[in-house]
Design a protein around this ligand. Structure first.
Ligand code: GUN
Length: 303
């Protein structure tokens, strides 16, 4: 069994990005600039955003963190988003999810200019990703592809089972794994809370991507010997014996599944770190106008 080491890979990717940024700046270009909007005080979200900001510093990006109170109105948030859409000094930005219940997440994601949507959540980017057109691919699925690629894991012709159908991970992941590319060319099954007899599918899987957010859900009896197991879950469970007061658990029973599979990503130290690295890659693409010009041009020539 081999560990899919997100710590090592993300450090590698950050070093590549830092190198590119250095060359950009030497050639007279400005450093890429990522902004993040964080609404409210959720502990996990604060940690994720802090890690994104810190990673920007590590690679030489500029970053701006905009913290807003949890009782901000939807319209006020949209006004803030419009300011970032129109601010030429910002290459890309994210709105950390989840948002407070009184705010309609779909409306917020729609308000983000697709050319600055480095999270790849806007329907324009999801649609373009689905059709295999150049687009931002949301950070967690992109990080998983990068992980499979950098560990030279053959995916063609394999059966990939994705557990979970969220817009952020499960849905895009299932689409990406069936695309005509490497990684890709899989036969994909997407399983979810209404799937009957889940083990029937997972036991046939060559690659399992667990993204449902239930600690230790995938147990060894559900996994075929030699399978590749990617754990996307990251749940905080209260634990008074730790300094932070909680412990992080993935969706996979690592201790037992790791004895049976060929590759496995740990939690922490796996997919989470890849997500941040992918966000930086997307921001670098935004700064270099890789997918979109600053003003969107929908003509055929721009595809
Ligand atoms: N919440 C959980 N994952 C993500 C992510 O990748 N991006 C944003 N903006 N919010 C999240």
């Amino acid at each position: 069994m081999q560990i899919l080491d997100g710590k090592k890979l993300s450090a590698e990717i950050k070093a590549e990005i830092a190198d590119t940024v250095k060359k950009m700046v030497l050639s007279g270009k400005k450093a890429p600039h990522l902004a993040a909007i964080l609404v409210g005080n959720d502990g996990a979200s604060r940690t994720y955003v802090a890690s994104k900001v810190k990673s920007c510093e590590e690679v030489g990006f500029k970053s701006t963190l905009i913290r807003l109170e949890s009782d901000i109105t939807q319209n006020e948030l949209i006004t803030q988003i419009n300011q970032l859409n129109n601010d030429d000094s910002i290459d890309g930005f994210i709105v950390q999810l989840p948002l407070p219940k009184h705010i309609d997440e779909e409306k917020i994601l729609l308000a983000i200019a697709p050319e600055k949507d480095v999270d790849g959540f806007h329907p324009m980017n999801v649609g373009r990703m689905t059709l295999h057109l150049p687009s931002y691919i949301s950070a967690t699925p992109k990080g998983i592809l990068e992980m499979l690629n950098r560990y030279n894991i053959e995916t063609e012709g394999k059966h990939c089972v994705v557990i979970g159908r969220s817009n952020i991970v499960g849905l895009p992941m299932s689409l990406l794994m069936q695309r005509r590319s490497q990684p890709g060319n899989c036969t994909v099954t997407i399983c979810h809370s209404k799937t009957n007899d889940l083990s029937k599918y997972t036991l046939e899987a060559d690659i399992i991507i667990a993204a449902l957010g239930k600690p230790k859900f995938l147990t060894a009896d559900m996994v075929k010997p030699g399978a590749v197991v990617i754990d996307v879950g990251i749940t905080r469970v209260d634990d008074a014996s730790t300094k932070s007061g909680f412990r992080l658990y993935g969706d996979v029973d690592f201790e037992n599944v790791s004895k049976k599979c060929s590759f496995i990503s740990p939690v922490p130290g796996g997919v989470g770190l890849m997500t941040v690295a992918s966000l930086l890659q997307n921001t670098l693409s935004a700064a270099n106008e890789e997918f979109y010009k600053k003003t969107i041009d929908f003509s055929v020539d721009n595809i």
